[in-house]
Design a protein around this ligand. Structure first.
Ligand code: PLP
Length: 405
C-alpha cells in the first residue's frame, strides 16, 4: 500500500463544467483532458496493462475497486470515450476495437428476439451484412426503407421497432438523410435512433443535438485521422450506454490501450483536419463540375434542392468525401485511377492522405448490377477521400488523370 498515500497530489486543473459548449477546436484539443492522472502530465499516460493490482484482497476491497481488468475498464479508454462524447455533445462515450465492434455492441446489446429494426438500404457493407444476414438468425426482423421513402420513415415503424439505424451522408453516393425526421419517428415508437456519423464527423454534424440517441463512429476514419489504427466509438446522452456495458464486455470488442492513446492523439487535431478536408472536397467539386470527362458528382446537398435544405439544417460543413462518375464505364474508371499520382488507390477514408477507390471493385462488389443501378452506383464511379494536402495539388492530379482517360 506504500505509495498510494505518499504520492504527491498532482497539480490540479479544473475543467469548466460547461466544456461541452466549447467550440469544436477547443473541444478537439481538450475533450480528452483528464485532470486526475498521476503526475499532472499534460498528456495522459497510456495504461498499457491488461490487469490492475487490488488495493487489498478481493473479499475486502474487490467490490468497490473500479479497475479490475482492461476488457472491462481502462483509464486510457475511459479518457478516449469521454473525448468522443464531448465532441458529440453527449454525456457518455465508449470506445471499441473497431467500428463494427461498436456497432455490434449497440445493435446486439439493444435487441431481443422478436424486435424489429428500421434502416435505409444505403449503409456500410458490413452493417448491411449484420442486419440482413446475422440479425434474422437471432429472431430480429429488419425493415429496409427505400431512399425515396426516407422522409416517411414513420410509416415503417411498428410497435415492435426497438432500433432505427441510419448513415448520413451515405457511401458512396453522398446522399443525405433527414436525421431529425428519423429521430422523431424513433421517439414516437420508444425506439433508439443510432446514427453512424463516420462520414460527417462531429465537427460537421452532431446527431445527438438532432434527437438521435446514439452517435456511432468508425474511429478508424476521421476521428483517428491518420490511417494507422482501427477503433470504434459510441456517444449518447445520459443513461443509455451504461445499459450496454456489461454486454459489451462480454462481447469483448475492447480497444487496445495503445490504440486508445493514438485515437486520443488523433482527435486533438480533428477540428483542424476536418476544416481542411471540407475545403479540399469543395475545391474539387468546384473545379470538376462541368468537366467534359465527368458526367456526375456526388457531394452532400447536390442530389436535390430538398437534400440541400437538409444539409443546411443539419451539417456545418459538407465533409471530405466526393464521388465522381466518369463518362464511359469501368475501363475509363480504371484508366483514371492509373493516371493519378498523388491519390493512392485504397479503400478506407478519413486519413490525412487522399485516397481513391472504385465502389464496384471494393465496397459494393458483392452487389448485383441491378441493385447498384437502382442506388445510383455507376461502374465508372470513383470515390475520393480528400486528405489535407494542398487543394491545388489535388485538383491538378485529378485533372491530369482525367486527361489520360
Ligand atoms: C469503415 C466504416 C465502418 C466500419 O468500421 P471499422 O472500423 O472498419 O470496423 C462503419 N461505418 C462506416 C460508415 C464506415 O466507413
Amino acid at each position: 500500500m506504500k505509495g498510494r498515500q505518499d504520492r504527491p497530489s498532482p497539480p490540479s486543473r479544473k475543467l469548466p463544467r460547461d466544456g461541452p459548449r466549447w467550440g469544436p477546436g477547443t473541444l478537439s484539443v481538450h475533450a480528452g483532458d483528464s485532470p486526475d492522472l498521476n503526475a499532472g502530465a499534460v498528456v495522459g499516460p497510456i495504461y498499457q496493462t491488461s490487469t490492475f493490482r487490488f488495493p487489498a484482497p478481493f473479499s475486502e476491497a474487490g467490490a468497490g475497486h473500479t479497475h479490475l481488468y482492461t476488457r472491462l475498464k481502462n483509464p486510457t479508454l475511459t479518457q478516449a470515450g469521454a473525448a468522443v462524447s464531448a465532441l458529440e455533445g453527449g454525456e457518455e462515450g465508449r470506445v471499441f476495437s473497431s467500428g463494427m465492434a461498436a456497432l455490434s455492441a449497440v445493435v446486439l446489446g439493444r435487441l431481443h428476439q422478436g424486435d424489429e429494426v428500421v434502416a435505409p438500404e444505403d449503409l456500410y457493407g458490413n452493417t448491411v451484412t449484420l442486419l440482413k444476414q446475422e440479425l434474422p438468425r437471432w429472431g430480429v426482423r429488419v425493415r429496409f426503407v427505400p431512399a425515396s421513402q426516407s422522409s416517411e420513415v414513420g410509416e415503417h415503424v411498428t410497435e415492435r421497432t426497438r432500433l432505427l439505424l441510419v448513415e448520413s451522408p451515405t457511401n458512396p453516393t453522398l446522399r443525405v438523410v433527414d436525421l431529425a425526421a428519423w429521430a422523431k419517428a424513433a421517439r414516437a415508437a420508444g425506439a433508439w435512433l443510432v446514427v453512424d456519423n463516420t462520414f460527417a464527423t462531429p465537427v460537421n454534424q452532431r446527431p445527438l443535438g438532432l434527437g438521435a440517441h446514439v452517435a456511432m463512429h468508425s474511429a478508424t476514419k476521421y476521428l483517428g485521422g491518420h490511417s494507422d489504427l482501427l477503433a470504434g466509438a459510441l456517444a449518447s446522452g445520459p443513461g443509455l450506454l451504461g445499459e450496454l456495458d456489461a454486454f459489451a464486455a462480454t462481447l469483448g470488442g475492447t480497444l487496445d490501450p495503445l490504440a486508445g492513446f493514438l485515437l486520443l492523439r488523433g482527435m486533438k487535431t480533428l477540428s483542424l483536419r476536418v476544416a481542411r478536408h471540407n475545403e479540399n472536397a469543395r475545391a474539387v467539386v468546384e473545379e470538376l463540375q462541368g468537366h467534359p470527362k465527368v458526367s456526375a458528382i456526388g457531394y452532400p446537398g447536390r442530389a436535390s434542392p430538398e437534400e440541400e435544405r437538409i444539409c443546411r439544417r443539419q451539417m456545418k460543413g459538407r465533409g471530405g468525401m466526393v464521388s465522381l462518375v466518369l463518362k464511359g464505364g469501368l475501363p475509363e474508371a480504371r484508366r483514371f485511377l492509373r493516371g493519378l499520382s498523388l491519390f493512392q488507390v485504397a479503400s478506407s477514408l478519413g486519413g490525412v492522405e487522399s485516397l481513391v477507390s472504385l465502389p464496384l471493385e471494393t465496397s459494393h462488389r458483392a452487389m448485383s448490377r441491378r441493385e447498384r443501378e437502382r442506388r445510383g452506383i455507376a461502374d465508372s464511379m470513383a470515390r475520393l477521400s480528400l486528405g489535407i494536402e494542398d487543394a491545388a495539388d489535388l485538383v491538378a492530379d485529378l485533372k491530369a488523370a482525367l486527361r489520360s482517360v
